[in-house]
Design a protein around this ligand. Structure first.
Ligand code: TMP
Ligand code: MG
Length: 286
């Protein structure tokens, strides 16, 4: 149906089911669709010229707003906890408290740095953050079709908003659930707002935002994009769900997961590499 679906970089647990979902969504039309996407390593590139691209946390961590001593501590946290995040031999139950530990320690360190709000835009401009190839068409197309795009991220909301603003794609149809910084009256970071979002509590985050999903109640078809098993729960707050097409990027879990791909729960479509086309094509077929 969509030629790119037969690329070797695409894996589907049940191709017939994917075809059924696509047909059903296409027939229902763009007015019934909503898109829910993770940010880091899903909307942004995982690597460029063989080098890792930064997450929204990394953009800050590597910036001149952070002291050398704090950079070393943040790097130490990354080296300790990231291998745990992508370790497929550990269960989610085992990883969850460790991920809370990572996020809590990282946010505490960032708060100690007395980061100034007005400096964030420059830090993002000077960073190596990169949205995936084809991002402009993706965001613009959704905007033209008035399809709501919810970016649901365990990263840092203020930073990721700046990334999409500077890329010129922070259109009015885009809404963000993420960890937002709380600045004091002189614009200095003093805490993070609200409940912490980490990679394994997106279900709770979704269920806390019932108002958003109520507003979109007539949009019963969901396109979900992510790169972590925790991202599978981002649509748990959607009301009257009819069809959901889940698209997952394997990124550096590739080697580890490729041989046992059929067991992966990210059920509809797995993309092994930077294969944005499939999503663009999805819209051209709507
Ligand atoms: P996401 O939900 O937008 O993908 O964001 C989560 C990613 O952020 C996850 O892959 C780990 C990453 N991360 C860092 O790079 N540095 C940090 O300090 C923390 C807490 C998370
Ligand atoms: Mg991610």
């Amino acid at each position: 149906m969509i030629p790119v679906l037969s690329n070797s970089s695409v894996s589907m647990r049940d191709p017939k089911r994917v075809e059924q979902i696509l047909t059903s969504m296409r027939n229902a039309g763009a007015s019934t669709l909503q898109v829910i996407s993770d940010f880091d390593m899903t909307l942004t590139r995982f690597a460029c010229n063989g080098k890792r691209c930064p997450t929204s946390h990394n953009i800050l961590d590597n910036s001149k707003l952070i002291s050398e001593d704090c950079k070393a501590k943040l790097k130490n946290l990354l080296d300790t906890y990231y291998p745990i995040e992508i370790d497929s031999t550990r269960s989610v139950e085992e990883k969850l408290p460790l991920m809370v530990e990572w996020w809590t320690k990282a946010h505490e360190l960032l708060v100690q740095q007395k980061i100034i709000k007005d400096r964030l835009a420059l830090v993002v401009r000077e960073s190596e953050a990169k949205l995936r190839d084809g991002y402009q068409q993706f965001f613009d197309h959704l905007h033209q079709l008035s399809v709501p795009l919810l970016i649901f991220s365990a990263g840092i909301g203020d930073v990721l908003e700046e990334v999409i603003r500077q890329a010129g794609v922070f259109h009015p149809n885009v809404k963000v659930f993420s960890n937002y910084m709380d600045f004091d009256e002189s614009g200095v970071l003093r805490a993070f707002k609200g409940e912490l979002i980490h990679i394994y509590n997106k279900r709770e985050g979704a269920l806390l935002n019932t108002e958003h999903f109520k507003e979109l109640q007539s949009r019963s078809n969901v396109l979900l994009l992510g790169d972590s098993l925790g991202d599978l729960n981002m649509a748990d707050g959607v009301m009257d769900l009819q069809n959901i097409l889940k698209i997952g990027y394997l990124n550096d879990k590739d080697n580890e997961h490729r041989p046992k791909i059929s067991k992966i729960r990210m059920d509809s479509v797995i993309l092994f590499s930077v294969c944005w086309n499939i999503i663009l094509l999805f819209f051209f077929y709507m």
